[in-house]
Design a protein around this ligand. Structure first.
Ligand SMILES: Cc1ncc(COP(=O)(O)O)c(C=O)c1O
Length: 488
């Protein structure tokens, strides 16, 4: 029987809510259980979901059963299933059950943690959960964490603090119409585009961002960094920050952080470490060596929504001096002043946004549920699966690994004899398209040394050895077919 439409005023009745919530939880549990039955990459064409869902602004209420049915029929086909164990594209992420439960509670509580008093738990649990994560990753208590939506925002906030730390008082005076030295920011050519976007946002500009060449293993070259900084100082420019990456997006390479930190120390520059993807691996003792020197950073970003199974969005920004961020952003209109301002922090002071979701709940629940041992085991398993895949590539005729794999991502190419140059690029692109059309595996690519290169990233909590073996079979078959020009 269909439920009644909403009462004349107020929300859905508690009984109605209970019924739909139970049904929805059942649906979610089935969805996760049968996730392999869905095509990992959505098969809709552009505009299809819009056409199916845009029935015009609703003038009359719709029963919840109908809305949920339309969700299944019209919305779900337009979903690319990041939770699918065959999702190996980009950095594969997934939502584990404790975080899903956390998100449900967060939505129900609907708190805005802008001030301590607007939800003390939202403020204090952000401190608790980020300090647990810090400790699990082996970082000293001198770092203070808070949560942003994404690494892009975290990096932007860190760079704003770095800019403020120059003493140029950009906060008060702005950048325009003043005789300021031009600020210079440094990162490797392999750094994520979010670094340059932050520079654009902050008025440093693309030309203020120096992309330093990487070595043969895609790591920033400190000798070139030193030369760039020194050259810029001689030219009257103002170097202010270096972004080092632990786990670059293309290959997961690790910049030489100890050498970079020493350069930053020598020249008084802010060091920001982007460990958005790889940071979670610092929980695993035998992987900790990749993080040497990150304790010298002024700021570090790690995304629990990437490789720590927390539903997106959850990006942790760790700061040696959180006051630097507050100096950059604090601006308190009268209506937001509170009597406890001296005794408690207000999260609105930690970035451009006033309103804040209660994101720490899902992080707190995930860390408690899996705990150190559980997280360690899962990350270690992903690294093992990636090593197994890498061995298959290395030992298979015509296939070549294209970069070192310090974590759980493998960059590789198919290079059969008799093929070269652009022909090989097209062949690899064709293989990827064929693989992705199967609906069982989703791969993405990068360009290394200007060559089209396939990537397989393992990070999904539900991915097993047989999923990775299946991906290899599909790839081998696609390679045979693409090479012989077989029809799909
Ligand atoms: C190394 C690195 N940093 C930053 C980002 C940006 O992450 P977000 O989507 O959280 O902004 C990515 C995205 O994959 C990344 O790989």
């Amino acid at each position: 029987m269909n439920s009644p439409v909403p009462p004349p005023l107020g929300d859905m009745t508690p009984d109605e809510f209970r019924r739909h919530a139970h049904d929805t939880v059942e649906w979610i549990a089935d969805y996760l259980e049968r996730i392999r039955d869905y095509p990992v990459l959505s098969r809709v064409r552009p505009g299809e979901v819009r056409a199916a869902t845009d029935t015009g602004p609703p003038l009359h209420p719709t029963e919840m059963e109908t809305i949920l049915r339309d969700f299944r029929e019209d919305v779900l086909p337009g979903i690319t299933h990041w939770n699918h164990p065959g999702f190996f594209a980009y950095f594969s992420i997934s939502a584990a059950a404790p975080g899903i439960l956390g998100e449900m509670l967060t939505a129900a509580l609907d708190v805005n943690g802008m001030l301590w008093r607007t939800s003390p738990a939202a403020t204090e649990m952000e401190e608790v959960s980020t300090s647990w994560l810090r400790e699990l990753m082996g970082l000293p208590g001198t770092f203070h964490g808070h949560i942003q939506d994404t690494a892009s925002t975290s990096t932007m906030v860190a760079l704003a603090a770095a800019r403020e730390a120059t003493g140029l008082d950009v906060r008060a005076e702005g950048l325009s119409g003043r005789d300021l030295p031009a600020l210079r920011l440094y990162c490797s050519e392999e750094a994520h585009s979010s670094v340059e976007r932050a520079a654009i946002t902050l008025g440093i500009g693309r030309s203020g961002t120096r992309r330093i060449a990487a070595d043969g293993e895609f790591r920033l070259r400190p000798d070139l960094l030193a030369a760039a900084i020194e050259g810029d100082i001689r030219a009257g420019l103002r170097p202010f920050c270096v972004v080092a990456t632990i786990g670059t997006t293309s290959t997961t390479s690790v910049d030489p952080v100890p050498e970079i930190a020493e350069l930053c120390r020598r020249h008084g520059l802010w060091l920001h470490v982007d460990a958005a993807y790889a940071g979670a691996a610092a929980i695993v003792p035998e992987l900790r060596h990749h993080f040497a020197g990150w304790e010298f950073a002024d700021s570090i970003v790690v995304n629990p929504h990437k490789w720590l199974f927390v539903p997106i969005d959850c990006s942790v920004l760790l700061l040696r001096d959180p006051e630097a961020v507050r100096r950059a952003f604090t601006l308190t209109p009268e209506y937001l002043t509170t009597s406890e301002a001296d005794a408690a922090i207000n999260l609105m002071d930690y970035g451009p946004a006033l309103g804040r979701r209660f994101r720490s709940l899902k992080l707190w629940m995930t860390l408690r549920y899996f705990a150190r041992t559980g997280l360690e085991a899962r990350i270690r398993e992903h690294v093992r699966l990636a090593a197994g895949f890498r061995e298959r590539v290395e030992s298979s005729r015509g296939w070549r690994v294209a970069a070192p794999s310090p974590f759980s991502t493998v960059a590789f190419r198919y290079e059969p004899e008799g093929w070269e140059g652009n022909g090989l690029d097209s062949l690899n692109a064709e293989i990827m398209e064929r693989v992705n059309r199967t609906g069982r595996v989703f791969l993405s690519h990068t360009r290394l040394h200007d060559r089209f290169t396939l990537r397989l990233a393992i990070g999904n909590i539900r991915t097993t050895e047989s999923d990775v073996a299946g991906a290899w079979e599909i790839l081998s078959q696609a390679a045979l077919e693409a090479r012989s020009g077989a029809p799909d």
